[in-house]
Design a protein around this ligand. Sequence first.
Ligand SMILES: *Cc1c(COP(=O)(O)O)cnc(C)c1O
Length: 417
Amino acid sequence: MTPGWFARGFPHIWLPYTQMKTTPAPLAAARTQGSRITLADGRELVDGIGSWWTTVHGYNHPHIIEAIEKQARVMPHVMLGGLLHEQAATLAARLAALLPGDLTRVFFSDSGSVAVEVAMKMATQYWLNRNIRGRTKFLAFKGGYHGDTIATMAVCDPEEGMHALFTGLLPEHHVIDLPRDEKSTAAFGAFLEKHADELAGILIAPLVQGAGGMIFHDEQTLRRLRAAADKYELLLIFDEIFTGFGRTGTMFACEAAEVVPDIITLGKGLTGGTLPLAATVASQKVFDAFWSDDPAHALMHGPTYMGNALACAAANASLDLFENEPRLRQAADIGKFLGQTLGRCVGRPGVTDVRSRGAIGVVELDHIVDLNALKRRFIEEGVWVRPFRNIVYLTPALTISEDDLEKLTHTIVKVLR
Ligand SMILES: *Cc1c(COP(=O)(O)O)cnc(C)c1O
């Protein structure tokens, strides 16, 4: 039975990434708890996706909920122009302490796409402030995804960012193969020899390119990027909106490679899946280029809800949980379990690859014939798994119970048979 609010409201909703004419109706969600989503009709689904990779501590973690409630009574929001509040100040200091190297200046925004745009603007103005002209392009990589706004679409994989469709609207950057083997490393080197002096920076989602297809690369690839950025004096930007907060096994993916980028972007898991918040964190070197007596050298950017106090309180509470609960060990345990159980799909007809890293498990198929039918099948089995293109993947909450995790992997193995 569909609730009244659904019937009244759905005709006015425009859903994400959806052909509204042919889409099956969305499910009516009523409640969440831990790794479970309860539907309005009473059915319960085990969540394998963590609401687009945000709910690292599961839904409704009492410590985060309490922090939000407390902050709501004191001060839900105050503009960050000319005012600073305790939650934003504390969060900035904590992020600076957690991040490697001298990534110590935190610029808050309200979505990942905006955080990436801010990083691109910072990197471009870094050169202008130093009176170096013509460095306005970015080098990004195939398989990458950095957001849906116009500037970020232009640095996504050309297919993902629909560069052909939006020709004329999108600024043109360079998107090439990641230097992951001898051939692509040679091509990368040749590209930089030719184009380095047009570039403001290099942009990469480190270790795992998420929305681009859950594509993994190794630490060595990131070290190659750092070495190239140093050689050609380019800024290296890590987009850790997906990989940050334990997803790949370390708190941030850059730690595993022991590479410190010049700018890092954070989002998604930052508030533990409760409120929208993102951050662009700059190194001292980048910040210094803006430190001047000239007002024109300032970073002219300021989202209205920048540093929202409720969201910052949620993020501080989320960081408490990383300090006080064994999240990284849980991520490692999940990874081991995903590797073993999804591994049963290896060699099945149509399965081209099975891989896991941190709390990410992926079954790659030759192709998926009917994506909607497959999604429906998962729901019938009581799990919330959202395959895309030719990928079936799991990114559960790091707190998911063994039983729920087993239900997810068991269902995938069963359904893909
Ligand atoms: C999700 C994502 C973004 C965009 O974040 P939004 O909050 O959806 O704007 C950018 N980069 C990466 C790597 C992401 O996974």
